[in-house]
Design a binder for this molecule. Structure first.
Ligand SMILES: [Zn+2]
Length: 372
């Protein structure tokens, strides 16, 4: 799984590229299984074998990922930096190579010039850059510049390109369903108090969803002074649509949210957690904030964490039994809002309802807004 050098424009882009080759993933949604680059420092006395063992990779892979960094006869020096690739859900953003981190940050920081807004178009099979420029009534040179492309750059079907359009941004829309839909005029969640983004390239949603995510992160930050940030993972790709290995996350209404960790430890990676490793008070405060918007239609959360949360809620007398039954599948069965799904011990997944004015937006047949 070696990406061409030109495609290594950022760890987040890499995730996107490699994610499409992930093995079949069940149901609703799962944490990305893609690989991302991490830096490791060579210690005194290290050998490739020792580093491979320490980082859980193969020596042959180390050689392949580090051409030009490893000398003849596998010579490495203490203090050198090597690249290893690890599953995205075990990656530590602090160890992402600087070049990749800069590219990812730039993708978020780049604001369109005043009087324009940033649209995203999906490349269709057989389309060329000039065809796409003509179709969108923009100059080929501009299209290339906006996307950092040259006349020799290769584009492929399914790829998303940036197009700047004049005038005010039209409201975002979610035609179709979360598992078979797209996102028009999607809005980036951006940066704000109380949360951080794990995959900034895939943090596009409709404004109502973004607003709730931002407001709730801020509310928990205010309610728990000194708390670490909540880690927000994938929403949708810029133009929505298929987003393997997720089945949903197609229409800007799904968000993966890492758990607040006990002992106020910053969640950086969305690794698997046991119920006792979850800060239930903060996680419930956040989830309650989402749900009381009366716009949440589905939540996925690991069964064991549901059970721990219910115990905690009962102990605190925070929610009555009737509401617990309507909320949690482990008590109320499959009529409940919060369902168990595989791999949701790394994050919970929250899906928001269609906006009433968005006529083309459709809910999944099993989903309905939860009335608090
Ligand atoms: Zn999800």
């Amino acid at each position: 799984m070696r990406a061409p050098r030109s495609a290594r424009i950022g760890v987040f882009a890499l995730v996107l590229l490699l994610a499409s080759s992930a093995p079949g993933v069940r149901a609703d949604d799962a944490a990305p299984r893609a690989l991302v680059s991490q830096e490791v420092k060579v210690r005194r006395g290290d050998t490739l074998g020792a580093i491979a063992q320490r980082t859980g990779v193969k020596v042959t892979d180390l050689r392949r990922w580090n051409r030009g960094r490893i000398g003849k006869g596998d010579v490495i020096r203490a203090g050198d930096t090597l690249i290893v690739k690890v599953p995205a859900d075990q990656a530590n953003p602090d160890k992402v190579p600087a070049r990749e981190r800069a590219a990812a940050d730039k993708a978020v920081a780049d604001k369109p010039p005043a009087g324009t807004w940033e649209d995203h178009v999906r490349v269709r099979r057989g389309e060329t850059l000039s065809k796409i420029a003509a179709k969108n009534e923009v100059a080929l040179e501009e299209l290339m510049r906006w996307n950092g492309l040259s006349p020799r750059s290769k584009i492929k079907a399914g790829q998303t390109l940036k197009v700047l359009r004049p005038g005010p941004r039209p409201p975002a829309r979610s035609p179709g369903r979360p598992t078979a839909g797209t996102l028009e005029h999607g809005v980036h969640l951006g940066h704000g108090p109380g949360y951080r983004l794990r995959f900034p390239k895939n943090a596009y949603g409709v404004e109502s969803v973004n607003k709730t995510l931002r407001a709730c992160a801020r509310r928990v930050k205010d309610a728990f002074p000194g708390t670490h940030d909540i880690l927000i993972g994938d929403l949708s790709r810029p133009g929505g649509g298929r987003f393997p290995p997720h089945e949903s996350h197609q229409s800007g209404r799904d968000a993966d949210v890492g758990y607040y960790l006990a002992s106020n430890e910053q969640n950086r990676t969305m690794h698997r957690v046991k119920p006792h490793e979850v800060d239930l008070a903060k996680t419930w405060a956040l989830l309650r904030c989402h749900i009381t918007s009366d716009k949440v239609v589905r939540v996925y959360m690991d069964r064991k964490i549901q059970i721990a949360m219910i115990d905690w809620l009962r102990k605190k007398k925070a929610v009555d039994d009737g509401r617990i039954q309507r909320l949690f599948e482990v008590e109320g069965g499959d009529e409940a809002l919060i369902r168990h799904a595989k791999d949701h011990d790394t994050h919970f997944h929250v899906r928001f309802a269609c906006d009433t004015q968005d006529a083309a937006c459709e809910e999944e047949s099993s989903d309905a807004p939860f009335a608090w």
